[in-house]
Design a protein around this ligand. Sequence first.
Ligand code: HEM
Ligand SMILES: CC(C)=CCC/C(C)=C/CC/C(C)=C/COP(=O)(O)OP(=O)(O)O
Length: 296
Amino acid sequence: MTNSTATLTWQNYLELCKPKVVALIVFTAIVGMLLAVPGMPPMDNFIYGTLGIALAASSAAAINHYIDHKADAEMVRTQNRPLPKGHLSARNVLIFAGTIGLISMLLLIFLVNPLTAVLTFLSLIGYAIIYTVYLKRMTPQNIVIGGAAGAAPPVLGWCAITGEVHPHALLLFLIIFVWTPPHFWALAIARREEYAKVEIPMLPVTHGSEFTRLHILLYTVLLLIVTLLPYLTGMSGLIYLFTAIPLGIGFIYFALLMRRHKDNKTAMRTFGYSILYLMIIFAALLIDHYIPLSLS
Ligand code: HEM
Ligand SMILES: CC(C)=CCC/C(C)=C/CC/C(C)=C/COP(=O)(O)OP(=O)(O)O
């Protein structure tokens, strides 16, 4: 194998893992871990927990590539993925997904704790099988229900440190769960023709873009309310609150902008904002945890 072929192979495997999505997922898990205890969490649980969750999410992403390869070949956004392009064989993808999935489970069972392993496994199956095989092709509520898998990582992170599912961790779950529909539907509006072409019943395809825009707005309002809960329950302080409120208002502003400007560019700007939103709100939770303002 020449050097450039080796690089290409390596890049293809990395692409299977959806590295940017998984990076943000892992960040939310890390925030869950750091919020679970005052000060620093035990290093072993932190490192092996992070690795285990990252490998499970990557395995789920690779399985999603395998199951979706036919639809992916039909859509401009996904047609250059390693399977539709023929850069990797289905067999290689399955072996890769199985191997990293297994390593993840071994790490979590033996070096973290069994509850984290079970919950991570359920998230993997939730995304790779329940969402990708069934929900995605069955109902326009696919991403609302399937969003539970993507929202799980802070709970997994928290559990990796304490061995329990704490109600505060469930608040973090709730934030990502309510964030997911406006995150995805903004993109789905811009890509509705492609989803229609491959007969995937995303909300803008089945109920139209207007209806979807209204639902994006409703979810951003709900999200602003839900993001007040960490402050109201005493889990987070004023640094968090003063970040969450303007961020939430910003998301509502984008949702309103989408109702005024019906172009794909505005929809994609909203999608871009959603990613920035999640990064910043979780960063704020973290900063607030270590630098609590005692004004409250
Ligand atoms: C059911 C749940 C979700 C759905 C259906 C969904 C859908 C998508 C789609 C289709 C893209 C691809 C955009 C593209 O190809 O340009 C994307 C990108 C992205 N998603 Fe999500 N997402 C979900 C949950 C999440 C979660 C839980 C996170 C992180 C916590 C996340 C973070 C991201 C990031 C960072 C990107 C940008 C990737 C890039 O720039 O390449 N998503 N999402
Ligand atoms: C901890 C653990 C195991 C979590 C798994 C969560 C996980 C990897 C979520 C990914 C969310 C995502 C990118 C959904 C899009 O899938 P899609 O098929 O609708 O998008 P696509 O068309 O870009 O493939």
